[in-house]
Structure formats: C-alpha cells, structure tokens
Design a protein around this ligand. Structure first.
Ligand code: IMP
Ligand code: MG
Length: 192
C-alpha cells in the first residue's frame, strides 16, 4: 500500500455494516414497499449491496445531477440530468447516497422529493461526514461516521477514478493524488 492512502473501512466492515442497515430498513418498513432513489454515480455500488439485504418488495430509481461548481459556492443547487420517472405520490421514499458532506446536495434532493407528494422521505447514506455539515441535516440511516478526510473507493471517486476499489480508503496525501491522479492505481490491481 502506498503512503498516500490507507484503508479506512475494509470490504468486510462495509459488507457487515451494509447488511445491518438492510436489516434495520427491513424492520422499519415492514408492510410497506419502499422506493429507493439513488444518486448516480457514487451511490450505485452502495445501493446494489444494500437492496440485496432488504427482504421487502422494493423499487429502485435513479437520479443524476451535475453541480454548479463547488457545493458550497452553489448552495447545493444542482442541475438534474436524470430524474425519477414514476409518480411518488403516497410512496415511502429512501434517498440513497454514498456520502453526505456539507449536506447541501442532500438537502436539495430531499426537498425535491418531498415536493412530489411522497408519504415519507428518508435519507440513507453510507458515509456521514458530520464535521463538515453546514446545514442541519441528520440522515435517518448512516453506515459510518466519516472523519474529515477525503475518501475514495466503493463508489466514491477522485476525478472519476477508484470507484471500483472494494475498500474505502482515506487519502492522506491529497496533493500527491492531484499531482498524479493514477497514484493509487496499483491498489486496484492488487485488490481484484
Ligand atoms: P455535499 O453537498 O457537500 O454533502 O456533497 C456531497 C457530494 O460530494 C457527494 O455525493 C460526493 O460526490 C462528494 N464528496 C464529498 N466528500 C467526498 C469524499 O471524501 N470523497 C469523494 N467524494 C466526496
Ligand atoms: Mg464525485
């Protein structure tokens, strides 16, 4: 392993925690048919594992967004590139996110989903970077409390790379990664 990054949550920790979340959601939604709405692309990996641990009838839909610059600059305003194409009226919606950082993006998406007449809208995130939160927002379901660090792997990217790492890595030396975006590539080869 290079010194630029180290494993923060290994694949086995992730698998176990995702299964716990799935069991909790199953218990909370007994008798209902939740609609998972996942934000591409980072949330896709988490959704795929999470939904297989939920033993209820579930629907899954995707949204894709593009940010106007940095989330903090744009106050979380995003352009919707792909939207849910079903009527959410009366449905129990769970927004599935890879990571909640400042909270601006999730707050915006939650407000959109709530405006569509859903019976309930909850947030489920794999990682919760609470120390960076700038809007009051508490996910109903969170996998791990994430330290104030840049992380990659298991869906999370740096310049579109490293989503396919099975573990979640803490990038200790961000400057080194910016200078050489392929720095961690060797980890992918050895992780497979
Ligand atoms: P927020 O609006 O600040 O909460 O932004 C959340 C989005 O920022 C996530 O969906 C990720 O795309 C991105 N993000 C935040 N922190 C990280 C990180 O540590 N690694 C990779 N992407 C991140
Ligand atoms: Mg990203």
């Amino acid at each position: 392993m290079t010194e630029a990054a180290r494993v923060l949550y290994g694949r086995e920790d992730v698998r176990r925690r995702v299964a716990e979340l799935g069991r909790t959601i199953t218990g909370d939604y007994v008798g209902r048919e939740p609609v998972f709405v996942t934000v591409l692309k980072g949330g896709a990996m988490f959704l795929a594992d999470l939904m297989r641990t939920v033993s209820l009838p579930v629907e899954t839909h995707f949204m894709a967004i593009s940010r106007y610059g940095d989330a903090e600059e744009s106050l979380g305003r995003v352009q919707i590139l792909l939207d849910v194409d079903v009527d959410l009226t009366g449905r129990d919606v769970i927004l599935v996110e890879d990571i909640v950082d400042t909270g601006l993006t999730s707050r915006y998406l939650l407000s959109i989903l709530r405006s569509r007449g859903a019976a309930s809208v909850e947030l489920c995130t794999l990682l919760d970077k609470t120390v960076r939160r700038i809007v009051p927002l508490r996910p109903r379901y969170a996998g791990f409390e994430c330290p104030d660090a840049f992380v990659v792997g298991y869906g999370l990217d740096f310049q579109e790379r490293y989503r396919n790492l099975p573990d979640i890595l803490h990038v200790a030396d961000q400057a080194a990664l910016r200078a050489d975006p392929d720095l961690l590539q060797a980890l992918i080869a050895s992780a497979a």
